[in-house]
Design a protein around this ligand. Structure first.
Ligand SMILES: [Zn+2]
Length: 385
């Protein structure tokens, strides 16, 4: 055997060992992957490809936004479906069709989605701007952010009876944007978390220029009852970037980034997830025994509100991130869900810190006979022990 052959054989052996090692590493990785996922059944991610049908979205020199968003959305969805167990993907559209902005949020709400991701491509008058940015619903004083929102909201002009349907909201009128300052985005923290994860993936994994996480009044994010983001995947108005977001490679990289961000978000949730027994114990400490709200008839109690929803949610731990002591309250035309029952305000405040791990925006409310009372009044009227 000549030295060359021998070396060649060694080389082949090394390659074999190397390949086996990779296979082992991949299996370990996949195993770890599955372990990281939330145990709760039916985590739902709604993927919303912007525009479609008679609305092309932004138009570049060789393509329309509606086709780019659809291609990226379908790729993102299949990465999620293939790799994240227990996660269901719902699309607001799967073909080139017109879908109204309010229909998109309705789809998310009807499917009791846990995340809503709207996919878009950006455009400016000039051709220099490039990079990615991800938005959450909020009020922005920044004109550039507002301009992006105005552009994306204008699709409602294409809808029939848009002024009735959108309660007088006029995308082009700055006054219309006041309404976004009046609502509190209770999912701001979680939405921002997901948005940053998406931006980090774009930047660190595929080297895209990071324009940051921003806030603005996007109608499509306004009515969704879950953490929601709108990601601008690149500028169709920039020749180089238009080519990239139209290419197979570009679309795969973007979809992979969004998928990985979802994976990170899920891993974060499952890390924070409360063990049901932890909350039961907490409640026992307060009341001495596990009771239900009917034991407090006519009395003012304090609870920690976790979710507001336009739609009724079935009370089971898996719908409430493993919280097992959830009560439904109806106020106005909304369903509110609160956890814990405490006779003392301070106990409820302490409990809020436990709940905060899974519902960062949870807050204490005062309740009597399943009706929400003004908190300040309840605290002041409460006889001191
Ligand atoms: Zn768009």
């Amino acid at each position: 055997m000549s030295p060359e052959t021998k070396n060649g054989k060694h080389y082949t052996n090394n390659i074999n060992i190397f390949l086996s090692l990779i296979i082992v590493l991949i299996s370990i990785n996949l195993q770890g992957f599955a372990d990281n996922l939330p145990t709760k059944e039916g985590f739902v991610i709604v993927i919303d490809p912007g525009h479609g049908g008679n609305d092309p979205g932004a138009v570049g020199s060789m393509s329309s936004e509606k086709n780019i968003t659809l291609a990226i959305a379908l790729k993102t969805g299949s990465y999620i479906e293939e790799n994240l167990r227990n996660v269901k993907v719902v699309y607001t559209r799967k073909s080139d069709e017109s879908v109204g902005l309010s229909t998109r949020s309705d789809i998310a709400n009807k499917n009791s989605a846990d995340l809503f991701i709207s996919i878009h491509a950006n455009s400016t008058g000039g051709s220099n701007a490039y990079g990615t940015e991800t938005y959450v619903m909020g009020h922005s004083m920044d004109q550039a952010n507002l301009d992006v929102a105005i552009k994306e909201n204008q699709v409602i002009y294409l809808e029939k009876d848009y002024s009735t349907k959108y309660e007088g909201f006029d995308p082009k009128s700055p006054e219309s944007y006041v309404m976004f300052t009046l609502v509190q985005n209770i999912y701001l923290k979680q939405s921002t978390e997901l948005a940053s994860m998406i931006q980090t993936q774009y930047k660190d994994q595929v080297g895209r220029f990071d324009r940051g996480v921003k806030q603005a009044g996007f109608y499509v994010l306004y009515k969704t009852g879950m953490p929601s983001v709108l990601t601008e995947t690149g500028f169709i108005s920039n020749r180089t970037e238009e080519k990239y977001i139209n290419s197979e490679k570009g679309q795969n990289e973007i979809a992979m980034s969004i998928f990985r961000a979802c994976k990170d978000y899920l891993a974060e949730i499952s890390k924070k997830s409360i063990n049901p027994s932890q909350t039961e114990d907490y409640r026992k400490n307060d009341t001495g025994s596990v009771t239900d709200s009917s034991d407090y008839k006519g009395k003012t109690v304090f609870m920690v509100q976790v979710v507001t929803s336009a739609k009724k949610i079935e009370i089971k731990p898996s719908n409430f991130r493993n919280l097992s002591n959830v009560t439904q309250l109806i106020s106005g035309n909304k369903f509110r869900y609160a956890t814990g029952i405490f006779t003392e305000y301070n106990k409820a405040l302490e409990y809020r810190k436990v709940v905060e791990k899974v519902y960062p925006d949870a807050f204490v409310i005062a309740v009597r006979d399943n009706k929400i009372l003004p908190l300040r009044e309840a605290i002041e009227k409460k006889p001191k022990k």
